[in-house]
Design a protein around this ligand. Sequence first.
Ligand code: FAD
Length: 464
Amino acid sequence: MTPPAIVIIGGGPAGMSAAVAAATQGLSCTIIDEGFALGGQIYRKPTNPERAPAPHPRGEQLRAEVAKLAQQIQVRNGDNVWGIFDELRVAVTSPDQHTELLQPQALILAPGAHELVPPFPGWTLPGVMTPGAAQILIKTMGVAPGKRVLLAGTGPFLLAVACQLVDAGVHVVAVLEASSRPAWLSLPLHGFRTPEILAEGLAYLSKLDRAHVPVRYGRIVVAAQGETELNAVEHAPVDAEWFPDNNRIETEQVDTLLVGYGFVPRLQLAQMAGCNLELRPDVGGWIPIRDRNLATSVAGIFAAGDGAGVAGSLVAALEGQLAGMAAARFLGAIDEATFAAARDSIEQELARLKPLRRALDKISALQPGLMSLVRDDTIVCRCEEVTWREAREAVCAGSTTYRSLKMTSRAGMGACQGRFCWPFLSRLVAAEAKCSLADIGPPSARPPLGPITLGALAPEPRDK
Ligand SMILES: Cc1cc2nc3c(=O)[nH]c(=O)nc-3n(C[C@H](O)[C@H](O)[C@H](O)COP(=O)(O)OP(=O)(O)OC[C@H]3O[C@@H](n4cnc5c(N)ncnc54)[C@H](O)[C@@H]3O)c2cc1C
């Protein structure tokens, strides 16, 4: 079979928009996404449409645009990309464990982000989840994560999920936002060019108000309590650096706690592809370095969306369009003038979204007080059940990089390979060893990206 001109990894707003842009220029594209349908995180499709809420209209529109271009766009749902090798060779395994190496002429990375959760006493108890995990239960199956739910962390995503829980009939006890109320009240100053986004935020607040869900600013969860499962949460007011006032702790009886402090770009594909990286805590951490056309340092590889810096679904879709057009230009399907005109109009829209986004990033920037919650016996690496005492001893003995800490303490050695624990563990290590996050580095990534079977790696010959 002829390989597609472009392989796009990720079928969220960035990946779908990239495919539509490139296919409209006559190029053949393949979108690979591990999910059962296109949509990514925000436009996730229900598996149980009778119980789950109706899918997001913007997601439906993007799916329809992809479907209209079915002659050019092949969609491979349920398939997993677990390796990128030199000369743009992409290893992909389908659910029946059949593995293929695709070799397109250009590659667009649009893998999105995952959630950021700090370790704190009790955070591994059943009943403590991320807002995104709860949202997946509601969006796909219409299943509520619990009966009495508390949300805590920072950012507008908490409000969105709280509203979805209210719609699903869940008792939301409160939303605890770590940043101060005055910081949030300053947002309209930055969002006058994006009134539709401000209006969305206000609609969330007014829905929560009508449902009598208090949104409490300047508070964080300091501990989750329970023997075998969560039954209560302790929370406290914080200062400007999010250090809690432990004399003013309140306790809330709940069966579910959803904690999320933003998102971290899924970097591993770019790492495996050999792209140069930079540390940008303002957009979630380590990201591939890109030029104005979203080209990475590896010729023929472009990166778009949250996986290249967390900026939300609208930016992801615009970046996807730009990456699709840039790949079309790279392959000679459009001339420079056509590309430059498309880029100008996309950049104008990106510039319109920027001030509000920057202000939101600033308000939700992680503060050092969050690290003060970790006790010696707090598990910092869930996969390998490594406590902070064990990790700290390894740091004090000189293990201050991801690689050496992994070897000496096993932190980051488990199934997630540091994806989940490292964003916070690296901060704890930096504070303990008095070095910078850049010195510590990102977790390493090597194939296979996730667990795969031996059969997928070395299949038996089919025509024995
Ligand atoms: C759990 C979660 C829920 C979110 N919900 C919302 C929300 O309700 N509202 C909102 O405004 N923002 C939400 N966000 C943020 C939102 O995801 C983004 O702003 C936006 O969806 C980014 O679009 P994207 O195309 O860059 O990535 P995504 O939408 O995340 O799409 C990336 C896709 O790539 C797939 N993928 C990644 N790696 C591979 C691989 N190796 N092989 C195959 N497929 C792969 C992923 O499964 C995913 O489907 C959420 C984020 C997360 C993590």
